[in-house]
Design a protein around this ligand. Structure first.
Ligand SMILES: *[C@@H]1O[C@H](CO)[C@@H](O)[C@H](O)[C@H]1NC(C)=O
Ligand SMILES: *[C@@H]1O[C@H](CO)[C@@H](O)[C@H](O)[C@H]1NC(C)=O
Ligand SMILES: *[C@@H]1O[C@H](CO)[C@@H](O)[C@H](O)[C@H]1NC(C)=O
Ligand SMILES: *[C@@H]1O[C@H](CO)[C@@H](O)[C@H](O)[C@H]1NC(C)=O
Length: 872
């Protein structure tokens, strides 16, 4: 038998370990129940099976352009383009731009490669067929080039993806584009063309294969209804992809890296809906539908007709989408009957525009069961001429039960006759000497490439060895072919090029982000020589003062106590950690001073202080349930970013309500990284370390085994959730014994299903019961005895967002799309680790470079140790 200490970088082994731990646990608890062990074994085998079923793309290029280091974003690693030395074959110079700004919306947008002339990336394709081509654009502030005014044209083989696009006329801070292109040769070439005298750029590129069955050749045309074939020759651009009735599902939770947005902002005003959801594990995929069609998260939530407040119960639920009228659209509707109690009880219609697309639809007669996914593809009228596309579901007049449902919706623009998605130029006109006979050349080039590959194998051996051996990367030739057009470059020239770009990009992000180094004099001036009247508090580490920098910025200045051994270590850790991290939900370090053996940290000012002071022990006005949820969501985002956003996961180790600070808009930020540790690396499951943290928040498993994982933060966060709900301290020794520890006490009530009996009195009457139930369940899972049973921060985030959505749905009787604009789930395109404000920021060019949060802060800031100096 494997000992629990065997550590191997393998899912299966981890599962074996999990299994052993489970068995072990049963023994420890004295339950000798073979049945239980058996069922664990069944689950275990099922998990192993499931892990084999995962789709692994053969082509999987995730490239961060211009970056000097790997970028982790939404759980995927993006490799610098300079490492694919033969991939980038540029005809002109390229320049690297790296943002040192803290306002970069996502890590993927930190760097860009700028082209002054036509340039191309050529990808060697292993598996012909449809591929996702994803492009990321963000005009990184750059002193030499104003990327906002660059004019971008992108061509992928014979398809024009973007034509003369500029951020000047674009209503957004950044742009993400996704295309599905059937690649029928051995390479795919993406060409970036700057328009007359301008420059062009790109931040990141993905070229990833997808299963052939995902998009087939046929769909149903509407008006008149008729089969439509020939889709495999056409390219698609994703314009809308919705998780109807549910929150955002991001690339991390989709096996094909897709993003599913919430549908709320597209609902027509008059549509009254009820959100329904079931546990994702209850979804039964039939033959021909897989998680690659859509993840079970999508099928497990749906909109159904709301009935409570509508006089006329016979109406349609309608979604409205702005579209470019000069194109036709591929529309995929996803259904899953999670609302019926019995078979054949739901009968409804689907309309696309005013045309009936599916009439008398009885899902259970098609699927023979409930909770079984079903989807159908349509092609909208070519050039219908309307600037909106609508999709509606409504009850059938024949039905006994008046209801209708929809689970997911995808709308994709179809390339036009010029093989373009944008404007009226074709690839041939944009690239005059371009590959009309590309396939033939592809073969020749493939041959040349093969020879070159053999010649270079020796040279590149190190690269192969050095690469991560993740399964998706394995066995893929990393060498690529020389560009098929543009200036042909010799191998040696190409290596110079890549060398050049490598040196150009060697300014590392971390060195830029280190923050300002202050002189002691500057600090003294800022805090008026450490005026005791500016003292915000005293803690284990030292004293915290309010300060004002010479440019007027309010800051919090934490002055360490040089005599404390722990202080020195924590000071270093904090600088180390914070300088690597930038996130809207993490307190930013502005700089530090270590002159004259001083240990001083300068932070952005968080004017509303720690979360705890808004929960109890002060006279501050109570927070509403919605505010509490938003604060929990914000801090969960911060922690999720810590765990997954950086190149190595970081464990905070001291999550508590005094380490969650609120800015002047009550945006929550996680603070105090003094105890943080980088998480286990790939081949480890935990970090062994002496137990540190705060009593009341300590993960019992960590306490017992002294093995630290991200799940310890999840436990502490569960305590925070209970504290937020009940407005009482984590530990209160003054209370009767069974109530001292909030985790134990609240869990008892939660398990009895009576959590509502112990919530903050001030919340009573203002909390939607479904929202409370979701919240309670989430906290309960976080507080699970064993780390393996606790959810990841990503799951916690998802559940909290869901709780917020339930609350908001309940509080707006008739949902109007405008109402939901403040909702965290809506309008966010990419990820939970989000800069919510980023979306509303205008592109005012380089003025956006400074972190402006610090500028508006006003009153007092208190740091964690201050309120409860003895907490540790
Ligand atoms: C891609 O195109 C080729 C040639 O037109 C066709 O045979 C193949 O089925 C297509 N693949 C997909 C997934 O559409
Ligand atoms: C639902 O929409 C369709 C298409 O616009 C329309 O024909 C039908 O009358 C609508 N049904 C109801 C109940 O409004
Ligand atoms: C769509 O085509 C019409 C002509 O049919 C043209 O006037 C209009 O500018 C085009 N719209 C866009 C967005 O390209
Ligand atoms: C970047 O990622 C690749 C593949 O995941 C890995 O082989 C390589 O070691 C990483 N490089 C760095 C500097 O972390």
């Amino acid at each position: 038998m494997l000992t629990p200490d065997t550590q191997k970088d393998s899912n299966t082994l981890n599962l074996v370990k999990l299994f052993c731990n489970c068995v072990l646990r049963f023994e420890v608890k004295g339950i000798i129940a073979y049945k239980l062990v058996f069922s664990v074994l069944v689950v275990f085998l099922f998990l192993v099976n499931a892990s084999f079923a995962l789709y692994i793309p053969l082509d999987n290029y995730l490239i961060s352009c211009g970056s000097s280091q790997n970028i982790t974003f939404q759980g995927h690693t993006y490799i610098p383009d300079s490492q694919y030395s033969s991939l980038v074959s540029q005809t002109g110079d390229s320049i690297v731009a790296i943002s040192n700004s803290s306002v970069v919306p996502f890590p993927i947008y930190q760097s860009a490669r700028i082209f002054t002339q036509k340039a191309s990336y050529t990808f060697e394709i292993e598996q012909e067929g449809r591929h996702w081509v994803r492009l990321y654009f963000y005009p990184v502030p750059n002193s030499d080039h104003d990327l906002n005014s660059s004019v971008i044209t992108v061509v992928a083989d014979e398809f024009v993806l973007l034509s003369n696009f500029t951020f000047r006329n674009y209503n957004g801070l950044y742009m993400f584009k996704e295309y599905a292109i059937n690649v029928t040769s051995v390479t795919l070439t993406l060409t970036f063309i700057p328009s007359n005298g301008s420059i062009t750029f790109v931040n990141a590129i993905e070229v990833v294969s997808m299963p052939d069955e995902l998009f087939i050749d046929q769909a149903l045309a509407l008006n008149p209804p008729a089969p439509f074939s020939g889709l495999s020759e056409l390219a698609f651009e994703t314009v809308y992809r919705l998780n109807v009735g549910g929150p955002l599902v991001n690339a991390q939770n989709d096996t094909l890296g897709r993003t599913w947005e919430s549908d709320m902002k597209y609902l027509h005003m008059n549509s009254s809906v009820t959100i329904v959801s079931v546990s994702p594990s209850t979804i039964k995929y039939p033959a021909g539908v897989t998680p690659e069609t859509a993840p079970n998260w999508v099928y497990a939530t749906a909109d159904a007709m709301g009935d409570a407040n509508v006089a006329d119960s016979n109406f349609n639920i309608t979604w409205v989408f702005p579209v470019d009228p000069n194109f036709s659209y591929f529309i995929r509707v996803h259904f899953c009957d999670i609302i019926s109690k019995s078979l054949n009880s739901l009968l409804f219609n689907l309309f696309i525009n005013t045309d009936i697309a599916l009439g008398n639809l009885d899902l259970s007669s098609l699927t023979n069961d409930l909770a079984v996914p079903y989807y159908k593809d349509f092609v909208s009228n070519v050039s219908a001429g309307s600037e909106t596309l609508t999709v509606s579901v409504g009850p059938d007049t024949m039905a006994d039960i008046t209801n209708a449902t929809l689970s997911g919706l995808e709308i994709m623009k179809i390339s036009n006759a010029l093989k373009s998605f944008d404007g009226f130029s074709s690839a041939v006109s944009l690239l005059p000497n371009s590959p009309s006979n590309k396939k033939k050349m592809g073969l020749v080039a493939g041959f040349i490439g093969a020879i070159a590959a053999i010649a270079l194998v020796g040279l590149c051996y190190c690269c192969f060895v050095g690469r991560n051996s993740k399964s998706t990367q394995q066995g893929r030739p990393l060498l690529s072919l020389p560009s098929l057009y543009g200036n042909f470059q010799t191998m040696s020239m190409m290596s110079t090029t890549s060398h050049k770009s490598a040196t150009a990009s060697c300014i590392s992000l971390s060195s830029i982000n280190l923050g300002r180094i202050f002189t002691f004099q500057e600090i003294q001036d800022a805090c008026n020589k450490f005026d005791e009247r500016l003292l915000l508090g005293v803690g284990g580490f030292g004293r915290v003062y309010k300060g004002t920098l010479d440019n007027g910025t309010n800051v919090a200045v934490k002055r360490g106590n040089a005599s404390s051994e722990q202080g020195i270590a924590e000071f270093r850790t904090e600088i180390d950690m914070l300088s690597k991290l930038r996130h809207r939900h993490l307190v930013s370090l502005i700089g530090y001073c270590d002159e004259r053996s001083e240990m001083i940290l300068v932070y952005e000012c968080m004017s509303n202080g720690p979360l705890r002071s808004h929960l109890y022990g002060t006279d501050l006005p109570p927070l509403s349930w919605k505010q509490r949820l938003e604060i929990c969501i914000g801090s969960a985002r911060g922690l999720h970013y810590l765990h997954t956003g950086a190149s190595q996961s970081i464990i905070h180790r001291d999550v508590k309500t005094t380490n969650i600070l609120l800015d002047d808009n009550f945006v929550a930020k996680v603070a105090d990284f003094g105890l943080s540790k980088t998480g286990p690396s790939l081949d480890q499951t935990h970090v062994s370390t002496a137990v540190k943290g705060s009593f009341g928040y300590l993960d019992p498993e960590y306490f017992r085994r002294q093995q630290l994982t991200e799940k310890s933060d999840v436990y502490s966060f569960g305590v925070v959730l209970m504290e937020v709900l009940c407005s009482r301290p984590a530990l209160n020794p003054a209370l009767p014994r069974d109530q001292v520890n909030i985790a134990e006490w609240a869990m008892n009530w939660q398990k009895k299903g009576m959590l509502d009996k112990i919530i903050d009195q001030k919340l009573i009457g203002n909390v939607n019961s479904a929202s409370l139930k979701k919240f309670g369940e989430t906290a309960e899972k976080c507080l699970a005895e064993y780390g393996v049973d606790r959810p990841s921060m990503g799951d916690v985030l998802w559940n909290l967002e869901y709780a917020l959505q339930l609350q908001e749905t309940a509080s707006s009787a008739l949902m109007e799309p405008e109402d939901s604009s403040t909702n965290h789930i809506i309008g966010i395109q990419l990820t939970p680790q989000n800069f919510d404000n980023g979306l509303h920021m205008t592109d005012e060019g380089t003025s956006a470079t400074n972190d402006d949060d610090a500028g508006h802060a006003s009153t007092s800031v208190v740091f964690s140790e201050l309120v409860n100096p003895h907490a540790r």
